[in-house]
Design a protein around this ligand. Structure first.
Ligand SMILES: [Zn+2]
Length: 59
């Protein structure tokens, strides 16, 4: 039985999992975020939206 106090850690605002502050990144608004999630969000921000109405289904 694990009763780890999650409140010790802030939640990653991207995936809602607790973030260990020793490895956490913070964004410009000082939200805690996993380094991976942060990287993914950065990538996502660079990419065009996945759904392009003019493009139709890919399959
Ligand atoms: Zn995360």
């Amino acid at each position: 039985m694990t009763t780890v106090a999650q409140s010790r850690f802030p939640l990653c605002y991207l995936c809602d999992e607790p973030v260990d502050l020793r490895t956490a990144k913070t964004d410009a608004d000082r939200n805690a975020v996993h380094e991976e999630c942060y990287a993914l969000s950065m990538k996502g921000a660079m990419l065009p939206p996945p759904e392009d109405p003019a493009n139709g289904p890919l399959l």
